[in-house]
Design a protein around this ligand. Structure first.
Ligand code: M1P
Length: 255
């Protein structure tokens, strides 16, 4: 029997986090959290973020609770860290996939490249090592909010991240890796296929009439592109959390 027999709709509705449920790296509004809980009474809901669980929990946090209590599925790092109805599911790891030697070569190259990069400012934590991926930031993950915005504008003008990714794609072509620019100051590096479609393997044991996905970076090269265009999902491209609410009301809540 389905774990979700109590929901009138056999529909799974998945959401990207940054830019879809929250402004980039900021907290969700109480309005969107209420809309999601209203939706959860009708259908099955899940979040699928590129960030790690700690960051997703900060953004979607209801104080005194675990973030995974509020969603039927909670997928961090594209589903490499996964929860169903608050229980953690088994996961794989980036370092097991790549091996220490290859990883060392990659990390050394990245750090040398950043050392030689002449950008206006640098902060700290240039590689963040996660369970299912590494996150690489030329300015460093310790940048403040203001510094993030400045870097994002600088990157739009100069294409510093795109150029970096191009070099890595060529240099490490035999590593079986994907590179994805999803946020403001960094890009993610993970094994091919470990994009957001990875999370879909965790939902295959249930019967769905439809699986919907809402995301903002749905263009080619964006980190929502693969799941948005996947034949298993119905994709919705949104411009902000307000836009997400508008479409949810139209399709599911006011219908
Ligand atoms: O969720 C989108 C991205 O959010 C962050 O990116 P940035 O710090 O560059 O804004 C990161 O957590 C990144 O991994 C993630 O894909």
């Amino acid at each position: 029997m389905s774990a979700f027999a109590d929901r009138p709709l056999k529909k799974l509705i998945l959401f990207d986090v940054d830019g879809t449920l929250t402004p980039a790296r900021q907290s969700a509004s109480s309005e969107i959290l209420e809309v999601l809980q209203a939706l959860r009474k009708k259908a099955v809901i899940g979040v699928v973020g590129g960030s790690d669980l700690v960051k997703i929990a900060e953004q979607l946090h209801v104080p005194g609770t675990h973030v995974a209590e509020h969603y039927d599925y909670t997928f961090a790092e594209n589903g490499l860290t996964a929860y169903k109805l608050g229980k953690q599911l088994p996961s794989q790891s980036f370092i097991k996939f790549l091996g220490e030697e290859k990883y060392k070569k990659l990390a050394n190259f990245i750090l040398h490249y950043i050392a030689d990069l002449d950008i206006p400012i640098k902060r700290g934590t240039f590689i963040e090592f996660r369970n299912g991926m590494i996150n690489v930031s030329p300015i460093g993950r310790n940048a403040s909010n203001e510094e993030r915005h400045e870097f994002e504008a600088y990157d739009k003008k100069t294409g510093v991240r795109a150029a970096f990714v191009k070099v890595l794609r060529e240099k490490f072509a035999d590593y079986g890796l994907s590179f994805s620019i999803g946020g403001q100051i960094s890009f993610d590096v993970f094994p091919k296929g470990w994009d957001k479609t990875y999370c879909l393997r965790h939902v295959e044991d249930e019967q769905w009439d439809e699986i919907h996905f809402f995301g903002d970076k749905t263009y080619q090269g964006g980190n929502d592109y693969e799941i948005y265009t996947d034949p298993r999902t119905i994709g919705h491209s949104v411009t902000s959390p307000t836009d997400t609410i508008r479409i949810l009301k139209e399709l599911f809540l006011d219908a």
